[in-house]
Design a protein around this ligand. Structure first.
Ligand SMILES: [Zn+2]
Length: 301
């Protein structure tokens, strides 16, 4: 949609787009006000202490992006990320049995979460049993919330898919997935990209495996969401040119990946890019600014 936006007191002609969204951040580890100043209108926080995360979406700072949250990460007792240095204790919630699933899901809902996040990392401890996993997915879907899973280690991405998980929080990187699995996944789930965490500009073997999986998942029609895992290592706080460049090499339309996985609750912020450009022109996309909707005018066709 073409139109104009009020920037520093002048009306500038350009392209109006839905608010660009980073679908995987950890706001507890960064300065959220820098995000909006650097091209991000909306974020999905994928795991933190619910008492703190709740305030991010209920009473946001005037300079912050629109924030949706997952609340605490559901995991097996002593499972990832309970023993990880980056995560405060309350960022994860252990679920030991099917009997505990309703209480855990109620805590997630009470935090104001719009997704249920769970972790299945077999390289860093025990993982949720199949029965608990299935019960969490059923409880989340009963509340109309999608389930987002961190999967890591052999077979975990396939397990998540088979138990009805809706979204992978990361492009799988610990193993190369075969075409048959990728084709099935492409019809039923979406992935959050997070490619740049594998080397932060110096792509490593994990990056290569992840990119190969993502490229084939996308070729089968799988939906990919731009997401950075912001807070994990040396990532720019704002639109990440390296993540965008990797997506431009794999996806037919990078702008589609920037609209987030959740419907907008309200639309106080839009993305505006001066001039007109191609959806996969990374240089152009990186000139995006976040504008309040009342400072934008759409041109009528
Ligand atoms: Zn994360």
């Amino acid at each position: 949609m073409l139109g104009r936006a009020l920037i520093d007191g002048d009306w500038v002609e350009g392209t109006i787009l839905p608010g660009f969204t980073d679908s995987h951040v950890h706001l507890g580890l960064v300065d959220a006000t820098l995000l909006r100043a650097n091209g991000i209108a909306r974020v999905l926080d994928l795991g933190w202490d619910p008492a703190i995360a709740r305030s991010w979406h209920e009473s946001p700072d005037a300079h912050s992006p629109v924030t949706d949250i997952a609340g605490p990460i559901l995991t097996a007792p002593h499972g990832y990320p309970a023993t990880s240095a980056w995560a405060p204790a309350a960022a994860s919630r252990a679920v030991g049995s099917v009997d505990d699933v309703d209480a855990a899901t109620a805590e997630v809902l009470a935090a104001g979460a719009r997704v249920v996040k769970l972790a299945m990392n077999s390289d860093a401890g025990p993982t949720l049993g199949d029965d608990v996993l299935a019960a969490i997915v059923a409880a989340a879907h009963d509340s109309s919330l999608p389930v987002v899973a961190h999967t890591e280690g052999a077979g975990q991405a396939a397990r998540a898919f088979e138990r009805g998980v809706d979204v992978l929080a990361h492009t799988p990187w610990t193993e190369t997935l075969d075409d048959a699995l990728l084709q099935n996944m492409a019809g039923q789930m979406s992935w959050i990209s997070t490619l740049d965490i594998h080397g932060w500009g110096a792509p490593n073997a994990d990056f290569d495996r992840a990119f190969g999986n993502l490229e084939r998942f996308a070729a089968f029609g799988g939906r990919v969401h731009y997401g950075t895992d912001l807070g994990n290592g040396d990532l720019p706080v704002g639109l990440n040119r390296r993540e965008l460049a990797a997506l431009a090499a794999a996806l037919p339309n990078v702008v589609d990946s920037l609209t987030g996985l959740l419907p907008e609750r309200h639309m106080p912020l839009k993305t505006f890019i001066p001039g007109e450009g191609n959806t996969n022109d990374v240089d152009w996309l990186c000139t995006a600014v976040v504008i309040p909707t009342n400072e934008i005018q759409e041109h009528r066709a």
